[in-house]
Design a binder for this molecule. Structure first.
Ligand code: GLN
Length: 190
């Protein structure tokens, strides 16, 4: 199984490491040909406006948007969530995103998260994180903070988190993406 990590800007290497630790082949995606042969794609954190500009410059925005529409598995973290939730960017998740939603006071913070369907809490690391103020069908929230901010969600084969699962040693979000989206989809295709 091959999973690409968009590597135009931001934190690609940690995703490559954790995906490798999950037992899949992980490789950076910098230009269109790198998308060939992949079973899934991770869009990392970084700065979403810059990343969007680079996606346009490298002619990757339209092909990735087309993949999203075809049900290709995509996991976006932080700035990746922003790009997937913006209709003008990748348009992969039906919801409203609030960029830098936790403001200056809480630029960066860590907290234990309760994930829908998981028995043990997950340690969330938030860095100038966005959140979703609402998600609408067919998207559903996976993690909602006590004040109502949605910080993880799924819509079909699109998974998003506001926080950085690649900065922990806990592989559960990447494993969830691999098992529930990438593996199931490649079963259907083969
Ligand atoms: N605040 C950034 C943005 O909106 C995202 C921050 C991050 O990815 N750590 O692009």
């Amino acid at each position: 199984m091959k999973i690409g990590v968009l590597a135009l800007q931001g934190a690609a290497s940690e995703h490559l490491d954790i995906l490798t630790a999950c037992g899949v082949t992980a490789r950076p995606v910098k230009e269109q040909p790198d998308l060939t042969g992949l079973d899934g794609l991770v869009i990392p954190g970084g700065e979403s406006t810059t990343m969007r500009k680079l996606l346009v410059r490298e002619q990757l925005l339209s092909p990735i948007k087309a993949l999203v529409q075809q049900g290709f598995p995509i996991f976006g973290t932080c700035a990746g969530l922003v790009l997937l939730a913006q209709p003008e960017s990748l348009d992969g998740l039906n919801g409203t995103v609030v960029r830098n939603g936790f403001g200056r006071q809480r630029e960066s913070f860590e907290t234990a998260l309760t994930v829908k369907g998981w028995s043990k809490p997950y340690h969330g690391i938030f860095i100038r994180a966005p959140y979703l103020s609402e998600v609408n069908q067919p998207a559903e929230a996976l993690v909602t903070l006590t004040d109502g901010q949605i910080v993880a969600a799924q819509q079909g084969n699109v998974l998003v988190t506001s926080f950085h699962p690649e900065l922990t040693l806990d592989k559960r979000f990447h494993q969830y993406f691999i098992d529930q989206m990438v593996a199931k989809r490649s079963d259907q295709v083969s």
